[in-house]
Design a protein around this ligand. Structure first.
Ligand code: CP
Length: 313
């Protein structure tokens, strides 16, 4: 693994999941990262990604530097050939090159604007770091993907599945704000590589990009999709078709115990943060089927295995 930008950067998913679960068992792999430095740049807020990646790096013996790049750094120019006479003080060419002097691996989080689909799909921030950094780059959630979260989800399903080929349902749920498609995109991509029966359910107008869904069934009736589910992944995303828009806040899609009863006693997943009683009801989050905390715990081991692979390279 040279960089970790997309799920496609994983050479052997089963192998990396097994290694992550082994790291979890050992809860230590000190040494691999000794004398190495991880730099984490956040252009957007984070709790889990920031702290689990820091913890993972420290478990490997790495030093960690974290910067809230949107607040503490110079405003960056990403356009080649720009005449920099506006508010942007530093070009990504220098910023990425300089960071490469200080860090052995760079992680970057940069969300989409959700205004211009074509622009967001270029994923300019992460791809510019990839282009100009001289060290490996990790995607800490970009405009189009969240592969560290998706690897965590794959680890969690593997860890908790009771049958060889579980049914996994990704269901849309309402939310007051327009959210990116990055988490569901990467979740679908990783599940498509696993031995699961994946079904996506969302209201009309919320279908993910056809390049993401591929042959995965998309059902617009949540109740039908949930039948016999072994895992339910609840997540909001804004419309891809009417890009970035909120088309519905229909709370009949909120995941509650009545929905849970339609499943095969499914484990309930969410990447967090979750809006209680909007996305998922208290009764589910506080009940025995919720695995969201264990899922978040696995963020450390997903980050650890990715860092280890990059260091070994
Ligand atoms: N799931 C996730 O990425 O959480 P944070 O936004 O808190 O990092």
């Amino acid at each position: 693994m040279k960089n970790y930008i997309n799920i496609s950067d994983i050479e052997d998913l089963q192998e990396i999941i097994t290694e992550a679960l082994q790291l979890k068992k050992e809860n230590s792999a000190a040494g691999t990262g000794k004398g190495k430095t991880l730099g984490l740049l956040f252009f957007n807020p984070s709790l889990r990604t920031r702290l689990s990646t820091e913890k993972a790096a420290k478990l490997l013996g790495m030093e960690v530097m974290i910067m809230n790049a949107d607040k503490d750094g110079w405003a960056l120019e990403f356009e080649d050939g720009a005449v920099m006479d506006s508010n942007k003080a530093e070009h990504i060419k220098e910023a990425a090159a300089v960071l490469s002097q200080y860090c052995d691996i760079i992680g970057v989080r940069a969300f989409p604007g959700l205004q211009d689909r074509e622009k967001d799909e270029q994923d300019v921030v992460i791809n510019s770091f990839l282009k100009y950094a001289e060290v490996p780059v990790i995607n800490l959630e970009s405009a189009t993907g969240h592969p560290l979260q998706a690897l965590t989800d794959a680890i969690t399903v593997t860890e908790l599945k009771k049958i060889k080929r579980p049914k996994v349902v990704l269901t849309w749920a309402p939310h007051p704000r327009a959210l990116p498609q990055s988490v569901p995109n990467s979740f679908v991509e990783v599940m498509q590589k696993m031995e699961v029966d994946l079904v996506i359910t969302n209201p009309e107008g919320y279908d993910l990009a056809p390049e993401i869904t591929g042959k995965t069934p998309v059902i617009h009736k949540q109740e039908e999709a949930l039948k016999n589910a072994d895992f339910v992944y609840v997540k909001n995303w804004s419309s891809y078709e009417k890009y970035g828009q909120i088309l519905s806040k229909d709370n009949s899609w909120t995941f509650n115990n009545e929905k849970l009863e339609r499943t095969n006693n499914a484990k309930v997943m969410h990447c967090l943060p979750v809006r209680r009683n909007v996305v998922i009801a208290d009764e589910v989050l506080d009940g025995p089927n919720s695995i969201v905390i264990q899922q978040a715990g696995n963020r450390t081991f997903a980050a650890q295995v990715v860092l280890k692979k990059l260091l070994e390279k």
